[in-house]
Design a protein around this ligand. Structure first.
Ligand code: 26V
Length: 792
């Protein structure tokens, strides 16, 4: 029997026996589930094999602890990695189903906010591809990142319910369950500390499989959901205190209920601390149980276990591991610190002071009284060990526990996520600790998985790449360099242009469905990422207004048509970011209705940006907007996705842009703006923004138009506050970088107008993007941090 009919029969078998549906009554959902189960079946063998081999060979395992995994859809990813895309399409066609419609029926698993969560998902895929034995540990949030819609141009949030339907990629493991204690107090008996918790919940495992490229290896992503340890407190119930009796249940139900949607400002909320401990304690208990199944001496733990902390969110891992080793396994404190340090690594993802986690000792001590003691013990130990340590580098300071310092001190390696960021981590974030522990801070520049972000999202370009350089580039992305000789030939460039155009036509149709008509011949200029002041969507929309005004002044000029595409969510409580969203939508409404500018300029902002929307937008982009204030974007990973898909960057020297520029060459990158060194100097001049505005007629005009209510005729003073802030509190230097940005945009126009020149630039971006595969990043972690060998 051939591969297609084989798969078709398996789908039908699942439709009948797993879903209990008769063919004529099957909905898209039923077909998707049947296909998912048929595909999933094929992952079982590699998955069991990988697990068995890891046990048999007693391999060191990596444990990636993250509060966020932004994995998106899994069905097509599994199909691609199993190499059965063609069969799956054919089988669905044979069943009278539209493959794309079925694939797109899957809701995104949005268990993350943005870059940090998506990086964790790319890392899981690369670890599976490289045969790195690994487990991801996360929380099975019932509600992932909120859904966004626009009401009169303003963001409105609604709960997201990805689990409303059955999630076919997870296996509940009711046997893998741990008690997670909270609160209470600590007693001392015979020199031993005994934590007497005030409450507890169960953490129950749900396993999601992660299949690597070509199905050679599969790992497990283990998500914990909270369950009550006892349905209610009988003693309280019998006393008639019914609300109090239900407390344990309430705590359990809220713990894994919702992902915190604010990735910009740390709020010090007790529930968040509880979630972090919940994840970390469950993971560590699981890790120790697995280790003790075939080892006896916990001092050997670092030979078998590498634990990576994705930012400080799981930084309670240090004290918790020490607690488990000391209180439950009777290890000496110093030995325990030593073991923990050798196991742990910490990745920093942000320098923004407002995002650094610090817990009031009051909150920390209430939720985790035993850990409060251990943290103080670690602080003292670290002071004793390092007589040169100045007093002010402590973990506990001003009645706060500083999680960055804790994570640093408890880790053998600390890494930043781009070359520039890692330097800034050394210079600005941990200068004293860096001097005390030279060599501990290292760099691991981020990457993205080329399977999802090139092969899967861009079949047109992937096909051309395979035709040109043959198979295998997906797992050896440096091989994209082999495209370079072809780039100097006309037929290749024509094909490259045709692939891009095909993607742009598809996107134009989709945007048309959203109510805006755009021409696929225009330059598609895309900025997609969380809305944040430092990412400067404001700079982009100001340039859009300047452009609009310039076209209106000279409608018959030689303009390059543009479509400005925005996507992204604001944290629900971030008023300034929400105002920027409102402004973009107001500007879009005005410009899109203007017959004078017509197809020369359109602005679109489709609501509810997520991983799946990124997969649509990235392959169709001509220009990648990476315009953060220098020194603020730790790395960026969207920038890498655009580069792979042949979109040159317009950007500042920030994060991984610096390395993109180095790889692709300055002639293929639109650079502008102040550097990370110049930014703080510029701020020393208190008049910096007023000076910049006074020096720029276009900027004056733009601000004037906004202030006059050109884009908000129904409420003319809507943006008075916003304009005032640009004049007087322009911390992110929008005004100072404005003119330089305009010039770079003009360079992009000129380059785009010369079609051959543009195609060359675009193709060179793809050809030189190999460095940004997350396979390269993971190899770096394996060598420099984890000391783990690939199993395949
Ligand atoms: C921070 C916080 C603050 C406290 C409450 C909840 C919460 C949730 C997430 C975060 C993380 C913010 C850090 C982050 O996402 N950094 C991004 O990491 C990317 C991957 O390394 C990197 O490419 C981006 O430049 C960086 O902004």
């Amino acid at each position: 029997m051939n591969a297609v009919s084989n798969l078709r029969d398996e789908i039908l078998r699942h439709l009948t026996f797993t879903l209990g549906k008769d063919r004529p009554n099957a909905t898209v959902y039923d077909w998707r589930m049947a296909l998912s189960y048929a595909v999933r079946d094929r992952i079982m063998v590699p998955w069991f094999d990988a697990t068995r081999r890891t046990w048999a060979e007693d391999r060191k395992r990596v444990y990636y602890l993250s509060m966020e995994f932004l994995i998106g859809r899994l069905l097509e990813d599994a199909i691609i990695n199993l190499g059965i895309h063609h069969e799956a399409e054919e089988a669905m066609a044979a069943l009278g189903q539209d493959f794309r419609a079925v694939v797109e029926d899957e809701p995104d698993a949005a268990l993350g906010n943005g870059g940090l969560g998506r990086l964790a998902a790319c890392f899981m895929e690369s670890m599976a591809t490289l045969g790195c034995p690994a487990y991801g540990y996360g929380i099975r949030y019932e509600n992932g990142l909120f859904r966004q819609r626009f009401q009169t141009g303003q963001q409105v949030e609604a709960p997201e319910d990805w689990l409303a339907q059955t999630h076919p990629w997870e296996f509940p493991r009711p046997e893998a369950k741990y008690v997670i204690p909270f609160g209470g107090h600590v007693e001392t008996k015979g020199g031993q500390s005994i934590w007497v918790p005030g409450a507890s919940v169960h953490a129950m495992a749900h396993d999601t499989l992660v299949i690597g490229w070509q199905g050679k290896w599969a790992n497990t992503l283990r998500f914990w959901s909270a369950e009550p340890t006892n349905l209610f407190d009988l003693e309280r119930f019998n006393r008639g205190d019914y609300t109090a009796a239900a407390e344990p249940e309430v705590l359990a139900r809220t713990l894994s209920r919702v992902l915190y949607p604010d990735d910009t400002t740390y709020q010090g909320k007790e529930l968040r601390l509880k979630q972090e401990f919940f994840l970390t304690s469950a993971a560590l208990q699981d890790i120790l149980r697995r280790f003790l199944q075939n080892h006896a001496d916990l001092r050997a733990l670092p030979n078998h276990v590498a634990i990576q902390m994705n930012d400080t969110h799981p930084a309670i891992a240090g004290p918790e591991l020490i607690r488990l080793l000391v209180d439950e396994h009777h290890m000496d404190f110093r030995d325990a610190v030593n073991v923990a340090q050798k196991c742990l690594g910490y990745t920093n993802h942000t320098l923004l002071p407002e995002a650094l986690e610090r817990w009031a000792t009051f909150t920390f001590g209430n939720v985790l009284p035993r850990h409060m003691q251990i943290v103080e013990q670690i602080d003292h130990w670290h002071l004793d060990e390092n007589h040169s340590r100045p007093h002010y580098v402590g973990i506990v300071k001003h009645h706060e526990v500083r999680m960055g310092e804790l994570a640093f001190i408890m880790s053998h390696k600390v890494n930043g996520v781009s070359a520039l960021h890692s330097d800034l981590v050394k210079q600005n974030l941990f200068p004293e600790l860096d001097k005390l522990h030279p060599g501990r801070i290292i760099n691991q520049t981020n990457g993205v998985t080329p399977r999802r972000w090139l092969k899967m999202c861009n079949p047109a370009l992937s096909g051309l790449i395979t035709e040109t350089i043959g198979e295998g580039w997906e797992s050896h992305l440096d091989r994209l360099r082999e495209l370079e000789p072809a780039i100097d030939t006309k037929p290749f460039l024509a094909d490259f242009g045709a692939a891009k155009r095909q993607n742009k036509v598809a996107l134009s149709n989709w945007i048309g469905g959203q109510g805006v008509s755009v021409s696929p011949d225009a330059l598609f200029d895309v900025q997609i990422k969380r809305i944040h002041e430092y990412k400067r969507q404001l700079l982009n929309i100001l340039e859009t207004i300047a452009r609009w005004s310039a076209i209106r002044d000279k409608p018959n000029g030689d303009w390059v048509p543009r479509v400005k595409i925005f996507g992204g969510k604001s944290a629900p409580g971030y008023a300034v970011a929400k105002e920027i969203i409102h402004l973009i939508n107001d500007v879009a409404r005005t410009i899109n209705a203007d017959p004078v500018t017509g197809d020369l300029l359109k602005v679109v902002f489709p609501p509810n940006y997520n991983v799946s929307m990124a997969q649509r937008l990235v392959p169709a982009a001509d220009l990648s907007e990476q315009i953060s204030t220098a020194g603020k974007e730790a790395s960026g990973t969207g920038n890498m996705k655009f580069m792979m898909n042949g979109a040159p960057t317009i950007g500042t020297l920030d994060g991984a842009n610096v390395e993109i520029l180095k790889e692709v060459g300055a002639e293929n990158f639109f650079l502008f703006g102040l550097t990370a060194e110049e930014v703080p100097k510029r701020r020393e001049n208190p008049e910096h923004s007023a000076n910049a505005i006074e020096a720029s007629k276009p900027l004056q005009d733009v601000l004037q138009m906004i202030a006059e209510g050109r884009f908000s005729p129904e409420q003319k003073d809507r943006y008075h506050g916003l304009v005032h802030r640009i004049w007087h509190h322009d911390y992110f230097l929008v005004a100072s970088d404005f003119d330089s940005y305009i010039k770079a945009q003009e360079c992009a126009d000129a380059a785009f107008a010369d079609r051959d020149r543009w195609l060359r630039m675009a193709a060179l971006n793809t050809a030189r993007s190999g460095f940004f595969s997350s396979d390269r990043t993971i190899r770096g972690y394996m060598q420099d941090i984890w000391s783990v060998e690939p199993a395949i």
